[in-house]
Write a protein that binds this ligand. Structure first.
Ligand SMILES: [Zn+2]
Length: 91
């Protein structure tokens, strides 16, 4: 039998949660990524209270990256709508 006890740690600074040493995204409960967390949150908000072991590391996702991703999706959709309009003519 495995040990079922959970160790839960929460960063006092950014509120990130680790379950048994695994970072979990708070909003979704999905498996987290300490490097992304560092880039998105801890490198901006963290101080010496922050318990993220990757704090101060570069290379994770950033909000710039995410914003670019979303912009790309919107452009994609817009050009799809325009193509559709060209195909069907003015409705
Ligand atoms: Zn933190």
């Amino acid at each position: 039998m495995s040990d079922l006890s959970l160790s839960r740690k929460e960063c006092p600074k950014c509120g990130a949660t680790w379950i048994n040493g695994q970072h979990i995204w708070g909003g979704t409960g999905n498996t987290g990524n300490e490097l992304d967390l560092a880039s998105l949150v801890c490198n901006r908000l963290g101080n010496d209270q922050c318990i993220n072991p990757m704090k101060g590391s570069d290379g994770g996702q950033t909000w710039d990256y995410r914003a670019g991703y979303i912009d790309g999706k919107i452009d994609e959709r817009r050009s799809m709508m325009e193509t559709l309009k060209d195909t069907m003519g003015d409705v």
